[in-house]
Design a protein around this ligand. Structure first.
Ligand code: GDP
Ligand code: IMO
Ligand code: MG
Length: 428
């Protein structure tokens, strides 16, 4: 009964959606376990492009069932809109998607609070989707869960209590009774809609597992955005790392058989915070344009940098990564030379590890090794041996330096543009 966690090994947008959809062919269930509609997962197949924010990428794979787990924060409006978008595009969702009764809901005041903080001088460049404030309520034990949302009478009481707790901050936005009215505007239709999907997903997954189902656990964001292990405070408010999958899906650690870390062939980051290998100038602009490096959720241009081995080693360690996928190797074509960070300098000190302290994360200077670039169109490659020699050498050198096999190499957005080097080892 294999269960594979797919995690972002960098700062998000590594291509998790594409890889989960690709691996979904051999899965029965796909589970999102943390984050909310701050995520933007792109899936391209049959010349169609889908941008998913909340619903697992397995929804686009016929025959796969999907769960939004306990650890996810769900904006009911975003949930309804995404399902309607999928149905409009003839994707059947009913009967294939289960929403945890224990997931917390994002309400309009969470979005206001997120925006207030972002614009109040101490912003970190969030997606302004209300993610942080919703998780704050959860930890403060005043959060509202899907089960509460479905119960109109208790929802009214809980919302009033929470608005009082947040009154001082929210007074800057608009009167509390107006915010309360927004929560309940169109509520009954949304309540009925959500009720069709709500379920005890822990039980459902356990039953599936006992029957031998193959489960994929889909992370949102990336390891370096992890609340505990990332570049705090420039992080998201949940745990994208593989350990978060147990908490957020309600499965025990002994269930997990493998952890697939997804990394780009270079690095990107959206939002503020440390990024040791960030570059500006012609190469950055080239990679941003060729790689279409703009946020799926906010449209912001992504910051660009070289691959960072100490950063990836940290991600491998904190997730227990058993195999890697390298995406966007095609995008690096035409870049000469290609640099890879092999360590850092901090003043006179040399460091081999990603530093835990905020100041050091901002101040380290990367030490680079250069690789000759490669050219040509990689997008038609279907076997590793189809790749130009320079591209193979680059991937193999990274694999050797990290000590974890790169089992999948991705050379384009679509499902076909995926090279699997060894199928047998993927699920652990
Ligand atoms: P996610 O958040 O990790 O799912 O990644 P995003 O969807 O936000 O960003 C990754 C982008 O890269 C998407 O537009 C993908 O379609 C695209 N992509 C994924 N793998 C590849 C690849 O190997 N080559 C190219 N050119 N694009 C890719
Ligand atoms: P996917 O799943 C990249 C970033 C935001 C900000 C920080 C906190 O597509 O990889 P939040 O709104 O979560 O409170 O913002 O995290 N961020 C992402 N960056 N990809 C994502 O998701 C992200 N989700 C959040 O830019 O820096
Ligand atoms: Mg994304």
């Amino acid at each position: 009964m294999p269960a594979l966690v797919v995690v972002g090994a960098q700062w998000g947008d590594e291509g998790k959606g594409k890889i989960v959809h690709f691996l979904g062919r051999s899965a029965d269930w796909v589970v999102r376990y943390q984050g909310g509609d701050n995520a933007g997962h792109t899936v391209v197949f049959d010349e169609q492009k889908y941008a998913l924010h909340l619903i697992p990428s397995g929804i686009l794979q016929t025959g796969v069932k999907n769960v939004i787990g306990d650890g996810v924060v769900v904006n009911p409006r975003a949930f309804v809109d995404e399902i309607k978008m999928l149905e409009k595009r003839r994707i059947k969702v009913r009967g294939r998607l289960f929403l945890s009764l224990a997931a917390h809901v994002i309400l309009p005041y969470h979005v206001y609070l997120d925006t207030l903080r972002e614009e109040g001088g101490r912003g970190i460049g969030t997606t302004k989707k209300g993610i942080g404030p919703c998780y704050e309520d959860k930890v403060a034990r005043i959060g509202i869960r899907v089960a509460d949302y479905l119960d109109a009478a208790s929802l009214r009481v809980l919302v009033r209590q929470n608005l009082k707790v947040r009154a001082a901050e929210l007074a800057k936005v608009k009167p509390l009774d107006e915010i309360e009215a927004e929560v309940f505007d169109g509520y009954e239709a949304r309540r009925r809609f959500l009720a069709r999907y709500a379920a005890d997903t822990g039980l459902i997954l356990d039953a599936a597992r006992r029957k031998g189902a193959r489960i994929l656990l889909e992370s949102a964001q990336g390891s370096m955005l992890d609340l505990d292990h990332g570049t705090y405070p420039f992080v998201t408010s949940s745990n994208p790392v593989a350990g978060g999958a147990c908490v957020g899906a309600g499965v025990g650690p002994t269930t997990i058989t493998g952890v697939m870390g997804v990394t780009k062939a270079y690095t990107t980051r959206v939002g503020l915070g440390p990024f040791p290998t960030e570059i500006e100038g012609a190469v950055a602009r080239y990679l941003r344009e060729v790689g279409k490096e703009y946020g799926v959720t906010t449209g912001r241009p992504r910051r660009i940098g070289w691959l960072d081995l100490p950063q990836l080693r940290a991600a491998i360690r904190m997730n227990g990564v058993t195999a890697l996928t390298m995406t966007k190797l095609d995008t690096l074509s035409g870049v000469h030379p290609i640099k890879v960070c092999v360590g850092y300098k901090l003043g006179k000190k040399r460091m081999a590890q990603f530093p835990p302290a905020r100041r050091a994360q901002l101040d380290v200077e990367p030490i680079y090794e250069s690789f000759p670039g490669f050219s040509g169109d990689l997008m038609a490659a279907r076997k590793f041996s189809d790749l130009p020699l320079g591209a193979r050498r680059y991937a193999l050198a990274v694999e050797k330096a990290l000590g974890v096999p790169i089992l999948i190499v991705s050379v384009g957005q679509s499902r076909e543009q995926t090279i699997v080097r060894d199928t047998r080892r993927i699920w652990g």
